[in-house]
Design a protein around this ligand. Sequence first.
Ligand code: BGC
Ligand code: NOJ
Length: 814
Amino acid sequence: MENTYGNFDDAAREYVITRPDTPLPWLNYLGQDDLFGLCTNTAGGYTFWRDARLRRLTRYRYNDVPYDSVGRYLYVRDGDTVWNPGWKPTKAPLDRYECRHGLGYTRILGGRNGVEVELLFFVPPGEDAEVWRTTVRNVGAEAKDLRLHSYVEFCFYEALNDMTNFQRTYSIGEVEVEPEDGAIYHTTEYRERRGHYTLFGCTREISGFDTSRDAFVGVHNGLHEAAVPFAGAATGSVAHGWNPVGSHQLDLRLEPGAEETFAFVLAYVEEGDAPKFERPGVAAKERGRALLARYRERGAVDEALTAVRTFWDGLLSGFQADCPDPHATRMLNTWNQAQCLATFNLSRSASFYETGIGRGMGFRDSNQDLLGFVHLIPDRARQRLLDLAGTQLADGTCFHQYQPLTKQGNAAVGGDFYDDHLWLVLSTCAYVKETGDVSVLDEPVGYADTPGSGESLLHHLETSIAYTLRHRGPHGLPLIGHADWNDCLNLNCFSTEPDESFQTAGDVAGSRAESVMIAGLYLYACREAAALYRHLGREDDAARLDGHHAEMLAAVEAHAWDGDWYVRAYDAAGEPVGSHVCDEGKIFVESQGWCVLGGAGRDNGRARRALESVHEYLFTEHGIVLVQPAYTRYHAELGEITSYPPGVKENAGVFCHSNTWITLAWCALGEGERALETYLAICPSAQEDVDTYRAEPYVYAQMIAGPDATVPGEAKNSWLTGTAAWTFVSLAQGILGVKPGYDGLEIDPCIPRDWPGFRVTRRFRGTVYEIAVSNPDGVSGGVRSLSVDGLPVDGNRIPLATGADTVSVDVVLG
Ligand code: BGC
Ligand code: NOJ
């Protein structure tokens, strides 16, 4: 699908942006392991090592004017003109511009007046360095004498301090420069407690450098009129205090048709056990020099780039689909999986909308994210699971967040979110189904408040279930605490103070407010846990969980049915929320999705009725809005949800994450058309009005404004959202119905009746299953026959392959 700004190149797994003035900066991520870069289509963004708050290497000015300021800039001086291949910051008109966001890399090509410069940014696997492969071509008829100036602005590592504490930061900046080696070292605070520095080097000979921002840019200039490139000569400035930057000057002479390729390298370096200083006051730089030298070797940069491609090809080869819907196919095969990996690496920390200082890893977020990346990186998922469980307290309470660098939980946004612990049941079961690794259940994780206690992961699951059992309200439904999944439904907050956080306001100790969504989630978790116990051969425990399920189901059916849908909650006064009796906020999406997924309303018609109500009252061309009617005034008894203007975020925006539960719920009822329609409404690749939608066409957004908003259809908060994992699950396991099970893959599709079939390649426990599904009778689901390597198999489960590399599976629906 093409729009004014670009198009997908599916074969290359790239999104191609053909003009730089996109409706918003369109972002990509660089990096696979520890070093990550945010890179926009005009080369904006920044680089950090592991933790965007504590180890930020380059600076970014969030919400600046323009939005996307500071990045990986290269100024080209050709005669009297100065331009940038990525258009910004000079915005000098380009004869040619193309940005290709690929997996783990971004390639920007800019051309002007017979010169083309291509910048390809990536992080080699296993390396703490960002490489900018740079090619300069003379595509004109005249010889060219060009001068280039690179530019990065260093960050003093702790990003919050860096942007607030100028009385200190203006005095601490230090650099060392080795011009003969093309190397600029940012060494601020190295002299005292830091064991690391940032290297910005060039593999080609340089003719000058700058490290003082005031010298390079000029005190009264913007980056678009930076003093040095416009004046034409580097000053050799060495920063002492103020703002250290890194800039190389390079002189190139290119005959017509000639080109030159070299690289800039931006690296995070720890000298480790080596002596810290090579002379008094001079940092040891052995590792930095060696790193730069490696990329000077012929072919090294291209080899490293090949390694990035190999990494991603290997990763994605584990799941590839070919189905009649081109949007679902491309999102599944490439971008949705990339987005899932981004949520693994970054949780909700660093994006265009998240500043990298605000949030650690969310407990509920990361457990849900795992559902989308467990098939990609099962080993790392295992560790993540254990890290998460390790932040749970002995009574089942979870730290809502933890810091990636220390793995310690923090209470920065409070605790008592009474859904948190239940997501651990879902993630653990997903991991075991994917890998078959039941040993994880015995891992001695222990609890955060009883160090050394060593209780197993399975113990944590029991603690989680028990927590909900213990925290129930007057209707036998789970208490909500500060909030459940919907952070903005704050039924115990009653905040009238503009300066307090909704999430931490209010005391939940004597709370009676109940959440029907948690009830549904709990129903689902009980079923998952029961199935896990059956797999372990522990029938008594499974039966106990079935009993918990039945008991909660009875409470839901007795107290949460509103006539045409499930109520969302009971507030602190015992009044229903999301009921026909309310004057606004009569119907919510979350309780419909989770009650149906948890097994409610299946034999009394309520499940179908609830979903039909979703369709009737909440479904729109932009997706399913979270609530209707939107709240038009502030209700202290409901909290932050009513603080948002109608139609955005939780107040009747299309909160995409919750749409996926409805896709899955429709699948549970066998309605393939509805399932796909629900998906396509939020699918970025299927958006036609990109000027309204504004966000990237290749990754899901958290939110699309609903019909009540001023600009319906406008998306926000792309990339780091639970939508990524859940859309992947809803497509791969819901619609296509390829479900990891304890004893093998199960095939249970729910497709539109007019699909003739589809194919899925799925790596599962070391074997690649080539699955071909045909639909001769035009049905939505139901497996009529299944054969594995030509041999018929009863039922819809593919027996686990013993030792085979590849297995071919033919499925006929009917
Ligand atoms: C947002 C929620 C988010 C919460 C995080 C709220 O303002 O609307 O989507 O989960 O902040 O703290
Ligand atoms: C975003 C938060 O990251 C997530 O934890 C929450 O569930 C949703 N917003 C809904 O409020």
